[in-house]
Design a binder for this molecule. Structure first.
Ligand SMILES: [Zn+2]
Length: 242
């Protein structure tokens, strides 16, 4: 995938090949599924990452905060769940910036990870991600849980595709409908966790896959870069007009 990386910038799609996997939930927060998923993760002591749609963060701010306060990673998944490859740099900047602000205001913390809706990246994403300080994530496999094939099918598909270092794509929300039904994914989750553990896997936090934090947050007395000194609270401006 080196050619695509050169065009679209790097994307983390798998962790180290040890018996560790990483759960990720996209398109929330969602009023019904997200609280159930959070309760299961808490009971099982499993960390996860939630790539949130900015619009949904604005609709359900308490849920966004609850995800963060539970210690899970909160990532930017654009403001309106748009397909970036169709858009110019000004619109892509706006999609990232609006969701960034929504997440900062509602969770009290800057997101540091980004995932493109449908995994569709753009050549314009790379410089923006760098300026926001984002690590861009893809996934190792998804199981088409959004088609709602049944909780047992979702569970079985995850189990069948598990492999060392896998970043698993699941959905606690619907990118195009804040009221979308993701309860099958929530219902599948206890079985997904049990199957993985029975196969000798443990669950890692996506933050383990972030690069060394030389630029992520500036603090007094540490060496700083131009990029990090501009991060808070000002947002990066688009580099060129659309
Ligand atoms: Zn999505």
């Amino acid at each position: 995938m080196m050619g695509l990386d050169l065009l679209f910038g790097p994307s983390v799609e798998r962790g180290p090949r040890d018996r560790r996997i990483y759960l990720t939930f996209d398109d929330g927060p969602n009023e019904r599924a997200t609280p159930v998923i959070l309760d299961i993760l808490a009971a099982e002591r499993v960390p996860a990452a939630f790539f949130m749609v900015g619009k949904h963060v604005r609709l359900f701010p308490k849920l966004a905060r609850r995800v963060r306060e539970a210690g899970h990673e909160v990532g930017n998944h654009t403001e309106h769940h748009v397909k970036l490859h169709l858009l110019g740099p000004t619109r892509i900047h706006a999609e990232l910036a609006q969701a960034h602000v929504a997440i900062v205001v509602r969770t009290g913390r800057e997101p540091r990870v980004f995932r493109a809706p449908h995994g569709l990246r753009s050549p314009f994403l790379r410089p923006l991600a760098r300026r926001f300080g984002y690590t861009v994530f893809g996934w190792t496999f998804g199981v088409f849980d959004t088609a709602r094939p049944g909780a047992n099918v979702i569970r079985r598909r995850v189990h069948a595709r598990l492999r060392p270092g896998a970043i698993v794509l699941l959905h606690d929300g619907d990118g195009y409908d804040p009221e979308g039904d993701r309860m099958q994914t929530a219902e599948a989750l206890p079985g997904i966790i049990a199957d993985a553990r029975a196969s000798g896997y443990e669950f890692g936090a996506l933050s383990e896959l972030l690069p060394a934090p030389s630029y992520t947050h500036s603090s007094p007395g540490t060496q700083d870069t131009a990029a990090s000194s501009q991060r808070t609270p000002t947002l990066p401006a688009p580099s060129s007009p659309d």
